[in-house]
Design a protein around this ligand. Structure first.
Ligand code: PGA
Length: 241
């Protein structure tokens, strides 16, 4: 059975006070969600302590938004897997398109981060996806396959989650057609040659489209940006029908 993973990516939002407020409102609303849905919150590093404390005994898993490939060293602004696991972190997003676009992340650095995350005991969530122009040029499959081929060298597929996030759908309100997302995710599953791998969809997931997205046979969960910031919206996503 493939695991269903509903993950929120808070990006650079929420102070500790705001995180605490969110949790107070959010937790009671997911009490009745089926047990087999893994709920993950990928929060800013500064929120890890407070979120971890508030999760005690709860079913939410803690996630980070990045992880460096070295255990320690002169890498200003970076963080290592052991620093994260010590804080109770289980998951780390790797290769999000915003990191590729604004912080020079490449398939090579993504690969290094994935391997280090796994070696350090984290489950990485690898993000792949095409731009608008690549989609319009009919290059979606080529781009995704290339990102996977380069990114996954030496990576253990049994301890990995993949998120298909078409870049043009992130933060735009423009969701990928659910059947198209399902098709691309099916291709990713075939290429990974790992039938058990959980593959998420990400890009403008919201309460109004979650039921249709999760009804698709290849889609095992979602990676949610904007709509994970509002407790009621993210709770509705977790409680998809
Ligand atoms: P969005 O972001 O849900 O706001 O489109 C998704 C993501 O960046 O992971």
């Amino acid at each position: 059975m493939r695991k269903v993973i509903i993950a929120g990516n808070w990006k650079m939002y929420k102070t500790q006070g705001e995180a605490a407020e969110f949790l107070m409102e959010f937790m009671p609303q997911i009490d009745d969600a089926p047990e087999d849905r893994e709920v993950v919150l990928c929060v800013p590093f500064t929120d890890l302590t407070i979120v971890n404390k508030s999760l005690h005994g709860n079913r939410i898993r803690l996630g980070a938004q990045n992880v460096h490939w070295e255990e320690c060293g002169a890498y200003t602004g970076e963080i290592s897997a052991s620093m994260l696991t010590e804080m109770g972190v289980r998951y780390a997003i790797v290769g999000h398109s915003e990191r590729r676009q604004f912080f020079g992340e490449t398939d090579e650095t993504v690969n290094l981060r994935l391997k280090a995350a796994q070696a350090g005991g984290l489950i990485p969530i690898l993000c792949v996806g095409e731009t608008n122009q690549q989609r319009d040029a009919g290059e979606t499959e080529r781009v995704i396959i290339s990102q996977l081929e380069h990114g996954l060298v030496g990576v253990d597929l049994d301890r990995l989650v993949i998120a298909y996030e078409p870049i043009w759908a992130i933060g735009t309100g423009e969701t990928c057609e659910t059947t198209e997302a399902n098709r691309v995710i099916g291709i990713i599953r075939d290429r990974s040659k790992s039938p058990q791998i959980s593959i998420q969809y990400g890009g403008s997931v919201k309460p109004s489209n979650i039921d249709e997205i999760m009804a698709q046979p290849h889609i095992d969960g979602v990676l949610v940006g904007g709509a994970s910031l509002a407790a009621a919206d993210f709770a509705r996503i977790v409680n998809y029908q």
